[in-house]
Design a protein around this ligand. Structure first.
Ligand code: NAP
Length: 264
């Protein structure tokens, strides 16, 4: 018996086997969910199809979330294949490399709009498009990062986008609460992925995290996958509009000191 037996789950944002979306896909599959996967473009298809095959997923569709027609077509195809949906995972973000280094005030108008469109508005648009085929008790989730709350050097416009994504999570949770549909965010610690590689100074930040977090270790896509199972399952039936930290406790520490430093 899996925690997600009989549930249909759609994953947005799978790029490769390092993606957070892959950790989530594997965990939801392990718990018995039927999986549907969407990918962003033709070049990704080659990497995503073999991953889908590994978990027996037959529904793999292109969806560039900057295109309304892609989103509408994806919702239609999902309705035809699955009928109703129980879990929707938004694991998508984008900002130009030039926006993720140097001072935040250098963000361009175009860069700001793009980051907000792809990383935030897409969650609103997907929710609207899929809302008619969501089962009561359905769970929607998105991926955020602590740079939304405190400054993470170089994270810049993406930190601002994540703040908007977390606020979006609360507003969507309020809208869909009466239908017993829940909306939450997972705030993951740094993980080496394609998207993370674009953030200036990521390597140093990754190491600092392992040195300074209460648990003194980095997190994995499996950790995020297991948290996603909890949010997708009925175990979290009354949790909505929330941000669940999967970060070895990093966000709980106010003053970071080298743990080896002498106390006097
Ligand atoms: P990833 O594997 O690169 O995933 C990012 C995904 O977003 C890719 O599949 C990417 O597709 C997709 N995407 C970008 N533009 C898109 C568009 N127009 N339409 C549809 N999809 C699009 O990196 P990841 O680290 O797993 O990121 C997943 C989520 O976790 C993001 O929201 C990220 O901000 C968040 N997160 C990451 C970390 C971390 O340290 N890695 C920590 C906390 C939160 P393309 O490759 O085709 O662009």
């Amino acid at each position: 018996m899996g925690l997600l037996d009989g549930k249909n789950a759609l994953i947005f944002g799978l790029a490769n086997d390092k993606s957070i979306a892959w950790g989530i896909t594997q965990a939801l599959h392990r718990e018995g969910a039927q999986i549907g996967i969407s990918y962003a473009g033709e070049t990704l298809k080659r990497r995503v199809v073999p991953l889908a095959e590994q978990i027996g997923c037959k529904w793999v569709e292109e969806c560039d979330v900057t295109k309304d027609e892609h989103i509408a077509a994806t919702a239609e195809k999902a309705a035809a294949h699955f009928g109703k949906i129980d879990v929707l995972v938004h694991s998508i973000a984008f900002a130009g490399r030039e926006e993720l280094t140097g001072p935040y005030y250098n963000t361009t108008r175009e860069g700001f709009k793009n980051a907000m469109d792809i990383s935030v508005f897409s969650f609103v648009a997907l929710t609207k498009a899929f809302q008619p085929i969501l089962n009561p008790g359905a769970s929607l989730m998105c991926m955020t990062y602590y740079g939304s709350v405190k400054v993470a050097p170089h994270y810049n416009v993406m930190g601002v986008a994540k703040a908007a994504l977390e606020a979006t999570t609360r507003y969507l949770a309020y809208d869909l609460g009466p239908q017993k549909i829940r909306v939450n965010a997972i705030s993951a610690g740094p993980i080496r992925t394609l998207a993370a590689a674009g953030v200036g100074g990521f390597r140093d930040m990754y190491k600092h995290f392992a040195d300074m977090s209460p648990m003194r270790e980095n997190i994995t896509i499996e950790d995020v996958g297991n948290a996603a199972v909890f949010l997708a399952s009925d175990l979290s039936a009354r949790i909505t509009g929330d941000v669940l930290y999967v970060d070895s406790g990093f966000n709980t520490v106010g003053v970071q000191m080298n743990p080896e430093a002498k106390s006097e």
